[in-house]
Design a protein around this ligand. Structure first.
Ligand SMILES: [Zn+2]
Length: 251
């Protein structure tokens, strides 16, 4: 019985998704962008819980000022408001690591269903909702890839519950946020290397390598043709012209 209801709800969501698909696409950047962040204790440790307990919306101020300044470079006067939402107890469905188009469609439906389930009427109305899955660096050395859905404006973001990682978490959050507005990845999926020229912050630099900054959607600073390094903070990243066009900051 419950399974039938679940499938019916998923189908209903699919219908709503299909009907609303076009509506999500063009963001009105003249209106303030409200980003709701729900922290989740993803590894269940006391350490992660302590980190979540001390979180404040002001800690994400760097992300909003970075996005505001980046938008200004493309003549967009946009305000970004980062709101800290309720901590949640359930993780978003795991992003499929293998599999084809059907797996990812199925996952995206489950993710929307999850978002719908978690929503409460008292929650503030947001342009984008990001689920921040916090892991202690002691339990996870590397985090799995985060994902955001453009249509649906939701993202599942894996981050570290360690104040020393705050600046790098901000890079991940900003990257995923732009996915929610239609930006695409600009790195080679098999090697992780930024793709030239769109994945380069300074594609006209002479000599070209090493680069000093990362294009935000490439995620890494290219050092040699085979190597790249993670930016330490948002100051070491830049939103390139192609990304700006994808999210509608430029025509
Ligand atoms: Zn990405």
């Amino acid at each position: 019985m419950w399974k039938k209801i679940r499938i019916a709800i998923l189908l209903a969501i699919l219908l709503i998704v299909a009907v609303n698909a076009w509506r999500d696409q063009n963001q009105n950047w003249t209106r303030p962008i409200v980003v709701l962040l729900h922290p989740i204790n993803a590894d269940g440790t006391a350490e992660t819980q302590a980190y979540i307990n001390q979180l404040q919306a002001s800690q994400f101020g760097q992300v909003s000022s970075y996005l505001r300044q980046s938008a200004q470079q493309y003549q967009q006067n946009t305000h970004f408001l980062m709101l800290l939402g309720r901590p949640l107890h359930e993780l978003p469905p795991a992003v499929p690591t293998v599999g084809g188009i059907w797996q990812s469609i199925w996952w995206s439906l489950k993710f929307r269903y999850y978002a719908w389930q978690q929503q409460q009427s008292a929650d503030p109305t947001a342009t984008v909702v990001l689920y921040l899955n916090y892991y202690s660096p002691k339990t996870r050395q590397r985090l799995l890839h985060s994902t955001a859905l453009e249509r649906g404006r939701i993202g599942s973001v894996n981050v570290f519950s360690d104040t020393q990682q705050n600046a790098q978490n901000e890079v991940v959050i900003a990257h995923e946020l732009l996915h929610a507005f239609g930006a695409t990845d600009k790195y080679d999926l098999s090697t992780g290397q930024p793709i030239y020229p769109n994945g380069y912050a300074e594609p006209h630099l002479q000599p070209l390598l090493p680069q000093h900054m990362a294009e935000l959607m490439a995620g890494y600073i290219p050092m040699t043709p085979q190597q790249s390094k993670m930016p330490q903070n948002l100051e070491q990243t830049k939103i390139g012209a192609v990304t700006a066009k994808e999210i509608g900051w430029t025509k």
